[in-house]
Design a protein around this ligand. Sequence first.
Ligand code: GLY
Length: 413
Amino acid sequence: MPTLNEIRSTFLNYYSKQGHEVVASSPLVPRNDPTLMFVNSGMVQFKNLFTGVETRDYARATSAQKCVRAGGKHNDLDNVGYTARHHTFFEMLGNFSFGDYFKKEAIPYAWELLTKEFDIPKDRLLVTVYHTDDEAAEIWKKVAGFSDDRIIRIPTNDNFWQMGPTGPCGPCTEIHYDSTPDASGGNLVNMDHPDVIEIWNLVFIQFNAEADGSFRDLPSRHVDTGLGFERACSIIQNTKGFTDFSRKPSNYSTDVFRPIFDILERLSGKEYEDVYPEPGTENQDEVVKTAVAFRVIADHLRTLSFSIADGILPGNTGRNYVLRRILRRAVRYGRSLGFTGDEFVLTALVGTLVSQMGDVFPELRGRESIIVDTLKREERSFNETLDRGLTLFEEEAAKLSQGIFPGDAAFKL
Ligand code: GLY
């Protein structure tokens, strides 16, 4: 089974061989971009190349970009824990053309990488195109030999990608992976169904979304793609070389999360099972509740550690407040695993994350002690608040004679 590092390197090496500069991930704080709280995709560090404000000495790039989606246009926070594929922190693998190649090259590159380098069987892949994009549909027919029913035309924003309310954007073609037993999942595309998941988005950047809501034609046409690293790992690591489709791809049952879950199992005395709540069901059994809490804690640990390493500290406003809310969400789920106010579960997991990811992202190693100190301080302070609130609640509840909770106590809480 390929390791995480092999999967990442296969991607970057493939594009390097096609003449792309391998560019390091930018920090999570967008540079010179007040419209975004966090870097939310691979293209953010290249935004000024797309708009023509900046030029560099390369016209093709590839990267594995750290991303956070927890505020603003792309916000996955509330889903995290409850699905197999949502994260607040993830890596996005991407290839970019700055006025160089366009659809005719971008589509065959992606196809070759998926089917030859990653060996994904062709019958497991389906694509969508923006409904008016005949050119992309024709290229798919030629390159993949797809019939019309495997090239689904979508008239909505699902196939028109924007970084944020303003900025570079354009129609896109998305590649979906079908894990139904007989590869018959065409009708499940874009249904948020675990059997058919979007893995890669190829955006054909042609416009700049302006603050007044209009779309300005850009002077050149560009390519911006985003392949979710954890999703790629889930389909490559969960199917035993694409021979066993009985196991559904889950980002949380890959080596991305296993080392963290191992320690969390030891600390909590509970076992992680890769099970998910039935959509629309309120009451979950203990195994599912435990699984949700494991996923929340592990995901949020990554967001917090990478953000703190990039200089974003939990605080009271803007992105700092988003981070504080993420930390508090993780601590609350920690309580549901049985951790007490004297235990700092996030802090206890930092070392594992740093050993796992520190070679690829050395900033984690360099700032480990700042991450530990910050998390410990925040966890301690929130645990105290939680415990004070719980004590107050219990005292007032014990006094209840008429079944009415006193308004002033409710306000304090
Ligand atoms: N920039 C392409 C994506 O995030 O899907």
